[in-house]
Write a protein that binds this ligand. Structure first.
Ligand code: DGL
Length: 276
């Protein structure tokens, strides 16, 4: 048993879709959530910058004595998970890539798997590498196709889940994946589960959508079980953000699907160095 909290971080608010899945899977656990709203979005930034942010985000969660770190952000999971693992030491780190790759390989019937995510996630090819490993273990061969869908993020935050604009954007982004007959599509970004219905409609009802948060949450439960670290106390949650929590509360609660504790602001004291 362990009453220490699970630390979860994301570039901003989107990680609440992952917390929602963790709440469903392990409802007795306490969560410390950090959303780096001051530096959001990470998805179009360089790997060096994302890795630096990931180190700083991890340091904050470690100060809360967490028993596990969940990297809710797919962009960090794809480009900087090694940095988080290095700082976390013996504390288990769960990213989004591995659990999704495994689920996609066991779901596909025709071996055609699609991935959608931010520009940084797609450019990293992290999902491709993980799927290839899983496919090899399963003894199948897969054809993998990917597509960056950056506009899905603001549309999800606006709550435009049934808007014509979202339908048109989805058609534009997903057309090629549908033409190539992928039968399994990884939603490789925190925000995409919010647009689940429109993505499903655009891809067709026969395509299986893999929700990264849901897959990661199953792994959270498995690891807590293996380590005998389920909590024996009533849960108490902490929400931290790096910018003023203005819109965070309303959008966060929409993504989470329930009320959440009031977000508190944390400040990173850094200094600038001019590059030579
Ligand atoms: N949280 C990011 C992800 O899952 C999406 C938003 C961003 O670009 O920071 O990749």
């Amino acid at each position: 048993m362990s009453s220490h909290p699970i630390g979860v971080f994301d570039s901003g608010i989107g990680g609440m879709t992952v917390v929602k899945e963790i709440f469903t899977t392990v409802p007795r656990e306490s969560i410390v959530y950090f959303g780096d709203t001051a530096r959001w979005p990470y998805g179009a930034k360089s790997v060096d910058t994302i890795q630096r942010y990931a180190r700083e985000d991890t340091e904050l969660l470690l100060a809360y004595d967490v028993k596990m770190i969940v990297v809710a952000c797919n962009t960090v999971s794809a480009t900087a998970i090694g940095e988080v693992e290095r700082l976390a030491g013996n504390i288990p780190v769960i990213g989004m890539i591995g659990p999704c790759a495994k689920a996609a390989v066991s779901s596909t019937k025709n071996g055609k798997i699609g991935i959608i995510g931010t520009e940084a996630t797609i450019a990293s090819k992290a999902y491709e590498r993980a799927i290839e490993v899983e496919a090899k273990l399963a003894g199948i061969s897969c054809k993998i196709m990917s597509q960056a869908c950056p506009l899905f993020v603001p549309l999800a935050e606006e709550g435009w889940t049934r808007h014509l604009a979202t339908e048109l954007v989805a058609e534009e982004y997903l057309n090629e994946l549908r033409m190539n007959e992928v039968d399994t599509l990884i939603l490789g970004c925190t925000h995409y589960p919010v647009l689940f219905d429109v993505i499903q409609r655009t891809m067709g009802s026969k395509v299986t959508l893999i929700n990264s948060g849901a897959e990661a949450a199953k792994l959270v439960a498995d690891i807590l079980n293996e380590n005998g670290e389920f909590s024996d106390r009533s849960p108490s949650h902490t929400v931290l953000v790096s910018d003023i929590p203005r819109k965070f509360q309303t959008v966060g609660e929409r993504l989470l699907g329930q009320a959440m504790p009031e977000a508190r602001q944390v400040i990173w004291k850094e200094s600038w160095t001019v590059q030579r």
